[in-house]
Every structure is written in C-alpha cells, then in structure tokens.
Design a protein around this ligand. Structure first.
Ligand SMILES: [Zn+2]
Length: 159
C-alpha cells in the first residue's frame, strides 16, 4: 500500500515512513490535483479535509478523523489492514520517503561521530538527500514511541 498524504498531515507521513510505509507528502493545494496525483501514482490519498470524500474520485481515499498522531496512525493502519513489521522499520528516509541503501562503515566513517562508528556496524543512507541512519538512542526512542502508539488503547498492564 502506497500513500499520498496531504500537506496538513506531515507528521503522519513521517511516522508512516518510520514504520517502513511508502508515504509521499503532497505540498500542493488540497483539491482535485491531489486526487489526480494519487490516482496517477496508484497511491491511496490521506487527507484531513472531509469535503474531499464528496468529490467524484475513482481512486482510494481516506479522510483521517483524529487530530492526535497516535490516533491517526492507528486509524490509517486499521483502515488499510496494515500490520507494521519491525523488520521494515527505519528502511525509508524520514524526510524523502526514499528506500535507504546499506552503507559500508568505512564509507560512513567521515560523516558520523567517532563513538557511533565504534558502537554501530550497520549504516544506511538515503540515495536522495544523503542522510545517514544508524541504530541509536534516537531510533530506540522512536521505536518505543511506535510500540506505545501501536498498542490498542486500554490494553496496558495497568488497565
Ligand atoms: Zn532523504
């Protein structure tokens, strides 16, 4: 499943990418052009604009209800029957949506802090913007957040 996300849902797009889901952010106006692009690129359109659902459209469209990110993420994953697979987490650039490529540690060396080089052996790079990713604290935090977000509400240990 590939998505085209309207410009008001930038955070949602980043989170979908963090989970490995193909999510392109459309920076244009939220209207016919957005729908046409979604259809042309075979992407389901995600929008906050309720009136978009009233338009005549042959492609897939989902109007996102919740205003909070965890709610949005749960709703979209549920609506499209997506089950995030941990092995796909952090395989896309959070900024560009491009699939990351493996980068040999010696090639990453000039661009990452020395302590990172000493403690990490797997690096990935975005072919579009050149950003380098590795497992680390930032990523661990995001994964923890993702775990919390993806848990159905009310099913924590204390519930
Ligand atoms: Zn990038």
């Amino acid at each position: 499943m590939k998505f085209l996300v309207d410009r008001n849902l930038g955070k949602l797009a980043r989170w979908l990418r963090a989970l490995g889901v193909d999510a392109v952010l459309d920076r244009g106006d939220i209207g016919r052009a957005l729908l046409d692009r979604g259809y042309r690129e075979g992407r389901a359109v995600l929008t906050k604009r309720k009136d978009m659902a009233l338009r005549n459209y042959r492609g897939r469209l989902h109007v996102v209800g919740p205003d909070d990110l965890p709610g949005q993420l749960r709703e979209v994953l549920g609506a499209f029957g997506l089950e995030p697979d941990r092995s796909h987490f952090f395989t896309r650039c959070l900024l560009c949506n491009e699939v990351l490529r493996y980068l040999a540690p010696e090639k990453a060396a000039p661009f990452v802090p020395p302590y990172v080089l000493q403690t990490q052996d797997t690096f990935r790079q975005c072919p579009a913007c050149g950003r380098i990713y590795w497992a680390g604290t930032h990523r661990d935090h995001i994964l923890k957040d993702a775990g919390r977000i993806l848990e159905p509400p009310g099913e924590t240990e204390n519930a």
